[in-house]
Design a protein around this ligand. Structure first.
Ligand code: PNS
Length: 161
């Protein structure tokens, strides 16, 4: 079975992530989306909420599984029985960070390769950080995230205020 892992923060998942998830799921028998339980960042959504949201917005993709993980991505990839890490590249600005991460992962785990999917042009500008920024000022998020995510962001911001 050809299995790949797409690790990330997904705080929250955007249409850009969904573009990568959909296209990567067409290239592999199974795609596992790994949500990092990252204690060094202060996320808007807890890891359990991010997993729940991802499950909801990917429910029509039969070969996509959502899991959370802690620690190194390569260890999680190995635990999943996969050999490929999927990442999205939006623009040249992503490249340096992604290359450094891919090289580091390859040194740690030479048996695991990183495959990059070029994000669709229509989502090249989009990031979870900008979504949160726009949300915090009450801006329109319809073109950035699916309706379910929009509702969850509204609920979360409502809870905080
Ligand atoms: O969505 P993000 O925040 O760009 O995802 C980054 C992520 C989770 C892929 C990266 O931070 C990661 O792999 N973290 C786990 C720790 C790790 O494996 N670090 C080594 C790579 S430098």
């Amino acid at each position: 079975m050809r299995r790949a892992v797409y690790p990330g923060s997904f705080d929250p998942v955007t249409y850009g992530h969904l573009d990568i998830i959909t296209r990567a799921s067409e290239q592999f028998d199974e795609l596992i989306v790994g949500v990092l339980r990252n204690s060094s960042k202060t996320p808007l959504f807890s890891v359990n909420e991010r997993v729940k949201i991802l499950k909801e917005v990917t429910k029509k993709l039969g070969n996509v599984r959502i899991e959370s993980f802690e620690g190194l991505s390569v260890n999680f990839v190995r635990d999943c029985g996969a050999k490929v890490i999927v990442r999205g590249l939006r623009a040249i600005t992503d490249f340096e960070y992604e290359l450094q991460m891919a090289q580091t992962n390859r040194i740690m785990a030479p048996d695991i390769d990183t495959m990059f999917f070029v994000t669709g042009l229509e989502y090249a500008y989009l990031s979870s950080t900008t979504v949160k920024e726009v949300a915090s000022f009450g801006g329109d998020l319809e073109r950035f995230v699916p309706p379910y995510v929009l509702e969850e962001i509204r609920r979360k911001i409502g809870e905080k205020n």
